[in-house]
Write a protein that binds this ligand. Structure first.
Ligand code: NOJ
Length: 517
C-alpha cells in the first residue's frame, strides 16, 4: 500500500514527465542519434558518500567525519556517513551492480585519510591499500575500467587543522599523496581526476558554512582555497607527467562543476552579460588557468576582484596572483575536461542580494540567480530540470576552450526524495542525454564519455539521506544496506546496451496503474 504522500509524489512525477517531454518536442521512440563508437559509459560515486567504515582498520578522520560528529544538526535527518551504504564491506555488491548496468567505467574516489591516516606520506595504511587494490581487482575481473578521483572533499583532519586548502603547504601534501596513489595503483588505474568540483568545495566550505569545513571566510578564504587547489592540481599533473606517464601511460584531468547560466531575459543585454560574467567567475576561474591559450585567471575576474578589494580598503587583491611560472604550470595541465552538470539558473545583474556575504565571490560576481517556477523541482532545493541547459553548457565549454580538449561528463543525474519507481529520473536521463547527443552530432562538441551520478543512494552532504540521486535504491534501515535497481537503472542499462535512447522503453504508467503499484 502506498501512503497518500507517496501517491502525491508519484502524481507529481507523472505531471513532470509530460512537461519534460514537451520540452524536447518529441513524444517517444528511439533517439535520432546513437552514441559514437568508443563512447565511455560509466557511473560515479565518492568515497565519503558510500564507504562508511569511518574509523575501521586504522582509517584516519576526514574533516567531514570530524565536522559531522561535532555538528549532528548540520543535516536535516541528523545523519552522517559513518556507515553510509557500507561500501567498504559491500564493494563486491557494488561491482556486481555496475556490471549489471553494462557500463565499462566506474568513477570512484580514494579516501585520502583511508590511505594516509594522518594525511602525510610517512604513514601509509596497509589496510587502506588492500581495500582499494581489492576493489580495483574486482572491477578488472568484471571488465570495468576505474576512473579515480584523488580528492572528493574528504580532506584528512590533521591537514584541515593546518588551514586546509587556504594553506600553501597543501600543494606539497597533495603532491605527496598523489605520488603514493600513482605508485600504488597507477599500474592499473589509467584515468585520474585530481580534484572534484573545487568550485563547490571552496565556495560552500571556505566561503560559507553550507559545506564542511564551514569556515565562512567569504571573499578571502574561498579565493585562497581556489588558488592553492589549482596549484595542487598542477603539481599532481606534472608529477604524473615526469615520474609516471612514461611507464604508466595514463591520463590526468580535473573535474569542474557548472550550472548553465541562462539570461533571465534573453533580449536584455545586461542579463546576457550577467550570465557570461557568472560563467567566467565560477567556471572560468578554474578552467581559464588550465584550458585557455593565455592561462591565468580570466581577465574579468582579475579586474573585478582587484578593483572591489581596493575599493574596500584592502592593501592587495583578495584574489591571489599566480607567478609567471605558476601560470605556465597550470596552462595545459589537464588531459581532458571533466564536467559535472545538474541544473540551470536564470541570471540577471545585481549589486546586492540579502543572501550575499560581503565580501564574497557572490558579491564580486554581482549576478542574481533564480530558477523558473515552471521548471520541475523534484528534490533538493537547488535543483530544477532544464535539459536544454546541458547542450548550451557543453557548447559554451567548447567555444571557450576549443574542440581539441575532450570533454568527459564526470557527473550528471537527478535529485528526488526516493523510491524505486523513479519515472521522472528516467525521463531526466533520457532528456539530458538527448541534449548531449545533439551537442555531439549537431554542434560538433567533443564529448567522449558520460558518468551517471550516482550508482546508488548515498550520503548527500548537506541533505544527509533526505534527497537521493541513486540508480539503485539503498535500504539504509537494513543491516545489509540492501540495494535494489530503480526504473532508472533498468533504463540506463538499456541505453548502454543499445547505445541509443529509447524514450518508450520505460513506459510511464497511467495514474490508475500507479495506484496499483
Ligand atoms: C556533485 C558532487 O560531486 C557529488 O558529491 C554530489 O553528491 C552531487 N554533486 C549531487 O549533489
Amino acid at each position: 500500500m502506498l501512503s497518500s504522500s507517496r501517491v502525491a509524489l508519484l502524481g507529481a512525477a507523472l505531471t513532470g514527465l509530460s512537461l519534460v517531454c514537451s520540452v524536447r518536442g518529441a513524444v517517444g521512440g528511439p533517439s535520432n542519434y546513437s552514441f559514437p563508437d568508443g563512447f565511455m559509459f560509466g557511473v560515479a560515486t565518492a568515497a565519503y558518500q558510500i564507504e562508511g567504515a569511518w574509523n575501521e582498520d586504522g582509517k584516519g578522520e576526514s574533516m567531514w567525519d570530524t565536522f559531522l560528529h561535532k555538528h549532528p544538526d548540520y543535516t536535516p535527518d541528523r545523519s552522517n556517513a559513518d556507515v553510509a551504504a557500507d561500501s567498504y564491506h559491500k564493494y563486491m555488491d557494488d561491482v556486481a551492480m555496475i556490471k549489471d548496468l553494462g557500463v565499462e567505467y566506474y568513477r570512484l574516489s580514494i579516501s585520502w585519510p583511508r590511505l594516509l591516516p594522518n594525511g602525510t606520506d610517512n604513514n601509509i595504511s596497509k589496510a587502506g591499500v588492500r581495500y582499494y587494490r581489492k576493489l580495483i581487482k574486482e572491477l578488472q575481473s568484471a571488465n570495468i575500467t576505474p576512473v579515480v578521483t584523488l580528492f572528493h572533499w574528504d580532506l584528512p583532519t590533521p591537514l584541515m587543522d593546518l588551514g586546509g586548502w587556504a594553506n600553501p603547504i597543501m600543494v606539497n601534501y597533495f603532491r605527496d599523496y598523489a605520488r603514493v596513489a600513482f605508485n600504488l595503483f597507477g599500474d592499473v588505474v589509467k584515468i585520474w581526476t585530481t580534484m572534484n568540483e573545487p568550485h563547490q568545495h571552496c565556495y560552500n566550505g571556505y566561503g560559507s558554512d553550507y559545506f564542511a569545513p564551514a569556515i565562512k571566510s567569504h571573499g578571502v578564504g574561498e579565493y585562497l582555497c581556489i588558488h592553492y587547489i589549482l596549484l595542487a592540481h598542477a603539481a599532481a599533473y606534472h608529477l604524473y607527467d615526469q615520474e609516471f606517464r612514461p611507464n604508466q601511460k595514463g591520463k590526468v584531468g580535473i573535474t569542474l562543476d557548472a550550472f548553465w547560466a541562462k539570461p533571465k531575459n534573453n533580449s536584455k543585454p545586461e542579463d546576457i552579460e550577467a550570465a557570461e560574467r557568472y560563467l567566467q567567475m565560477h567556471v572560468g576561474l578554474f578552467a581559464h588557468p588550465i584550458y585557455s591559450k593565455e592561462g591565468d585567471y580570466p581577465d574579468i575576474a582579475r579586474k573585478r576582484v582587484d578593483s572591489i578589494s581596493l575599493h574596500e580598503g584592502y592593501t592587495r587583491s583578495r584574489l591571489p596572483t599566480f607567478s609567471p611560472e605558476e601560470v605556465n604550470a597550470l596552462r595545459g595541465s589537464s588531459d581532458f575536461f571533466g564536467l559535472n552538470h545538474y541544473t540551470t539558473f536564470l541570471m540577471s545583474p545585481s549589486s546586492w542580494e540579502k543572501t550575499w556575504l560581503i565580501p564574497s565571490l557572490d558579491s564580486d560576481t554581482g549576478v542574481k540567480l533564480e530558477q523558473d517556477a515552471k521548471w520541475i523541482k523534484p528534490g533538493a532545493e537547488w535543483f530544477s530540470i532544464y535539459p536544454q541547459g546541458f547542450r548550451k553548457l557543453i557548447n559554451w565549454v567548447t567555444n571557450q576552450y576549443g574542440k581539441e580538449i575532450p570533454i568527459i561528463i564526470t557527473e550528471n543525474g537527478m535529485s528526488d526524495f526516493g523510491g524505486i519507481n523513479d519515472y521522472l529520473r528516467v525521463s531526466y536521463y533520457n532528456e539530458y542525454m538527448a541534449q548531449m547527443l545533439m551537442a555531439i552530432y549537431e554542434d560538433g562538441c567533443n564529448v567522449q564519455g558520460y558518468f551517471a551520478w550516482t550508482l546508488m543512494d548515498d550520503f548527500e552532504w548537506k541533505d544527509g539521506y533526505v534527497s537521493k540521486f541513486g540508480l539503485y535504491y539503498v535500504d539504509f534501515d537494513s543491516p545489509e544496506k540492501t540495494r535494489t535497481p530503480k526504473q532508472s537503472a533498468i533504463n540506463y542499462r538499456e541505453i548502454v546496451r543499445t547505445r541509443r535512447i529509447n524514450f518508450d522503453f520505460i513506459k510511464k504508467p497511467s495514474p490508475a496503474q500507479f495506484n496499483k503499484l
